[in-house]
Design a protein around this ligand. Structure first.
Ligand SMILES: Nc1ncnc2c1ncn2[C@@H]1O[C@H](COP(=O)(O)OP(=O)(O)OP(=O)(O)O)[C@@H](O)[C@H]1O
Ligand SMILES: [Mg+2]
Length: 327
């Protein structure tokens, strides 16, 4: 094993010149100073937030606390991180969680291939010097958590830790250090602390409970399905081509569907997808036949589709048409 020497200064976050500087999309925007400002910042990017979500986003930005978003699939949890990054002109760094994710894949890995090449190349020369070089930043592949601790152009990045419920508990425990002190430790290099805490958003679909210790470090918000009016606003923002009456029928139908006994209820993402499918088919009003033919855009399980095909779809549609006052 090659001897390890600590070259912390080479990874010093106060020395940004050493780091790769990725490009950030838009112009840098100052952090919003009120809940209203958060709402308009998000709506400027087409994201329609509830007052409760805008409030918790505002607090998270103001207090520098990670934001933990839990909720049903397709309700805009991931999108909020993307929207914030774009709206604030910050870099988005995404850590997609999965079962078996470990610290090396989340923080940094040694570039063994490059180290081997260096060892070979230096066989005849100064080996002692090489030992000192091998465990420096030059041979380190930074993964999302380390990247998020580094200074970025335009200010601290938005760190999205997506679908945390897919990871195991040991990884959660490891995240505690990163999120408590905004620092990560690489045994061979030492501890790297973010000069400015990243804006952290964690999401979970609640396939399992995330540990209290992690939640305690975050502000929490349950992202529910939107109300009729807010879903209509979202649809208007994401599929503005849809006629007002068709949009209302689509939203009303999906909202009714969510009250049915389904294996998997449709999220906002499905509402938008469905609207786009109907537009592509030049549909101007819902009918039982159209619904039957396009159910695959909103329901993703055969049992659910079977349940809705035929008379059930017609029953729901009749209710929708009865209840909707023409726009
Ligand atoms: N409030 C909203 N405003 C605007 N668009 C929204 C909103 N909520 C959801 N969407 C749209 O729905 C799509 C799905 O959102 P997103 O991927 O963020 O859902 P999610 O909650 O992360 O779902 P999953 O749990 O499946 O990952 C996005 O592409 C976005 O366009
Ligand atoms: Mg998501």
């Amino acid at each position: 094993m090659v001897a390890v020497r600590c070259h912390r200064s080479r990874l010093d976050p106060r020395n940004p010149a050493r780091h790769h500087r990725p490009k950030v999309g838009g112009p840098v925007t100052a952090l919003p100073t009120s809940i209203d400002a958060v709402e308009s910042l998000l709506s400027g990017q087409g994201y329609v937030a509830s007052r409760a979500l805008a409030t918790v986003v505002f607090l998270s930005l103001k207090l520098g606390r990670p934001l933990f978003l839990e909720g049903e699939a397709g309700t805009g949890k991931t999108e909020i991180a993307k929207t914030l990054a774009t709206a604030l002109g910050r870099r988005l760094i995404r850590l997609q969680c999965y079962e078996g994710l470990d610290a090396a894949s989340a923080v940094a890995e040694w570039n063994f291939a490059a180290q081997m090449i260096a060892i070979r190349a230096a066989e005849a020369t100064d080996r002692d010097h090489l030992k000192a070089e091998l465990f420096t930043e030059d041979y380190l592949i930074a993964r999302p958590l380390l990247e998020a601790m580094r200074p970025q152009p335009g200010g601290a990045p938005v760190l999205l830790i997506d679908e945390i419920d897919r990871t195991d508990e040991p990884f959660e425990a490891f995240l505690l250090e990163a999120l408590s002190d905004f620092q990560v430790t690489i045994p061979e290099l030492g501890t790297i602390r973010a000069p400015e805490p990243p804006i952290v958003i964690l999401t979970s679909n609640r396939t399992r409970e995330v540990h209290d210790a992690l939640k305690r470090r975050c502000l929490y918000h349950w992202v529910d399905y939107p109300s009729f009016d807010r879903e209509l606003d979202i649809l208007h923002s994401r599929a503005p081509e849809a006629q007002a009456q068709l949009s209302r029928e689509i939203v009303a139908f999906v909202q009714k569907l969510r009250r049915e006994d389904l294996f998997k209820r449709p999220g906002v993402a499905e509402t938008i997808d469905w609207a786009k499918c109907l537009l592509a088919l030049d549909v101007i009003a819902l009918s039982p036949e159209v619904i039957s033919d396009t159910l695959g855009a909103i329901l993703k399980y055969q049992d659910d589709i079977q349940k809705l095909q035929g008379s059930e779809a017609k029953r729901l549609l009749d209710e929708v048409k009865r209840e909707l006052v023409p726009a």
